[in-house]
Design a protein around this ligand. Structure first.
Ligand code: VGL
Ligand code: ZN
Length: 203
């Protein structure tokens, strides 16, 4: 800050279903909440994302007879990991963690609402083409540098940070304020992908 850059904090999916006790619980997912709360007011632009699926979403294993969570399926847009039912629109699991300070958010962006396509990234759905509108919002606000925190490091944070770097934003990921699912080496893959895309990983 003070260097001609305009900073935005992007808080990814800090929702009950990704915290201990949730449907797709990430180890230690709730531990990052106090640190995020302390960070928010340092940023002039603040965006929170919310994973927001209709019941019966195509990313749910329960929508694919004979399939279990963490198995893969081929979608029109490529391979897709299957998940337990999670972040169903309007449920408590889809709500933000109750201690997360959401009042300072400028924008709450929901994603994953199309039944036939998942959206890990806050910028593009999993076909890498369908825009969520976030790039336009951030450019309209003059954001040039983005800091990412939230859940999960290896899916929604990772894909968002990679897209942001490819779109030309300066990208920092605060790993101390993220937690990972880490299925099948997915964390190492995501860390390498973020570095290759040009993101700065700290913490
Ligand atoms: C996420 C899997 C499915 C995430 C969302 O927020 O990382 N992961 N939906
Ligand atoms: Zn999801």
């Amino acid at each position: 800050m003070g260097d001609g850059m305009t900073d935005a904090l992007i808080v990814i999916d800090v929702q009950n279903d990704f915290c201990p006790g949730g449907a797709l619980a990430v180890d230690g997912g709730d531990e990052i909440v106090p640190g995020i709360n302390r960070l928010i007011r340092d940023f002039p632009i603040r965006v929170f994302t919310q994973d927001w699926h209709p019941a019966g979403h195509s990313s749910f294993a329960s929508s694919h007879p004979g399939k279990a969570p963490l198995e893969m399926v081929d979608m029109d847009y490529g391979p897709q990991v299957l998940w337990p039912d999670h972040c169903v629109q309007g449920t408590d699991g889809a709500a933000f963690h109750e201690d997360l300070m959401t009042d300072p958010a400028d924008l709450i962006l929901r994603k994953g609402f199309r039944p036939e396509i998942d959206s890990y990234s806050a910028f593009f759905e999993n076909d890498h083409r369908t825009s969520t509108g976030l790039e336009g919002y951030l450019r309209s606000r003059g954001a040039t540098r983005l800091t990412f925190v939230g859940l999960a490091t290896d899916f929604c944070v990772g894909w968002s940070a990679m897209d942001a770097a490819r779109l030309g934003f300066a990208v920092t990921v605060r790993l101390d304020l993220c937690r990972a699912i880490d299925a099948d080496g997915s964390l190492d893959t995501a860390l390498a992908g973020m570095r290759d895309a040009g993101a700065t990983l700290i913490g």
